[in-house]
Design a binder for this molecule. Structure first.
Ligand code: ATR
Length: 285
């Protein structure tokens, strides 16, 4: 019997997850099928109870706007996903629904691969939404300091407070603050890594960036979680000043590869997944 994995979100038409996972299943000869399905918020509970628990369903990816709300419908939630407060992957183990978060894993793996160790580093995060939360919990065990700058100050302060509660002996300085030009200039002056987790610069608003070019320098690593376009204005300007850069493609593939492993207990064919994602993005133009 073919096992099904769903992607549930609203809207999900433009997601690259179906082509990425279906190519990976085919590559390894696994009898799985990945299907994206629009589920509006008021149907989330019924979809989970009536569809996700069926024996032929192995699990799901969860995307905007359900990553937080879905938690209350699950039977078990991985401790880290619980701390992050968001689930992007569900596994159906004989009717028992378990929730995980693979976004932070994806970002962390991509960063480490691109930059090596992050020990002793100062990281500046722009944004305080789901993506920042997921990434920041993974960074706790590595970095020396973390500054969270957000348009809505309250969310930056809340995340900083939550992270401090989860330190468990790690010595990391964590601050949250309102995202202003002056604060950015000050914090980026001695930052090792800056991560944009906001949608600013994403297609079609490709002219936008939160960081003035003259705040960037060649000693920095600039990570933009956006992958459409491949090179946001932020990434192009960072390259211009000689900084190391990383776009969101690898993070996307690695969050998917970890979900793949949770569903199939097999290592995902990462190279093929990366190729198919890049090809699909190029075709989109
Ligand atoms: P995700 O799950 O992708 O992180 P999210 O939870 O909606 O999505 O978070 C989006 C983040 O981008 C938020 O931190 C948001 O700031 P607010 O908390 O003030 O809403 C930030 N963001 C979105 N649009 C922005 C903009 N135009 N300028 C600055 N920050 C923006």
């Amino acid at each position: 019997m073919t096992k099904i994995c769903y992607l549930i979100g609203y809207p999900i038409e433009h997601s690259l997850s179906p082509v990425m996972h279906n190519t990976a299943f085919k590559e390894l000869g696994i009898d799985f099928s990945y299907r994206a399905i629009n589920v509006e918020s008021h149907h989330l509970r019924s979809f989970i109870e009536e569809t996700l628990r069926r024996p032929m369903v192995r699990g799901a990816n969860v995307t905007i706007p359900h990553k937080v709300d879905v938690i209350k419908f699950l039977d078990e939630v991985d401790p880290l996903a619980k701390e992050i407060g968001a689930v992007n992957t569900i596994v159906n183990d004989e009717g028992v629904l378990r929730g995980f978060n693979t976004d932070g894993f994806g970002a962390f793996r991509a960063l480490i691969e691109a930059y090596g160790s992050l020990k002793e580093m100062k990281v500046v995060l722009l944004g305080a939404g789901g993506a920042t939360r997921a990434i920041s919990y993974y960074l706790l065990k590595e970095v020396q300091s973390m500054v969270i700058l957000n348009r809505t100050e309250r969310k930056a302060l809340e995340l900083a407070k939550d992270l401090r509660k989860s330190l468990r002996g790690f010595k990391v300085e964590i601050y949250g603050s309102l995202l202003t030009k002056a604060r950015l200039r000050e914090e980026l002056f001695d930052a090792d890594v800056v991560i944009n987790t906001t949608p600013v610069g994403m297609y079609p608003n490709v002219e936008n960036t939160l960081i003035c070019k003259n705040f960037l320098n060649k000693k920095m690593m600039v990570f933009d979680v956006i992958y459409n376009p491949f090179e946001t204005r932020l990434i192009l300007e960072a390259k211009d000043v000689g900084a190391k850069t990383l776009n969101g493609v690898n993070m996307f593939v690695y969050q998917g590869s970890e979900a793949f492993r949770l569903w199939t207990s097999r290592d995902a064919p990462i190279d093929i997944m990366t190729q198919v994602v890049i090809k699909a993005l190029e075709e989109k133009g």
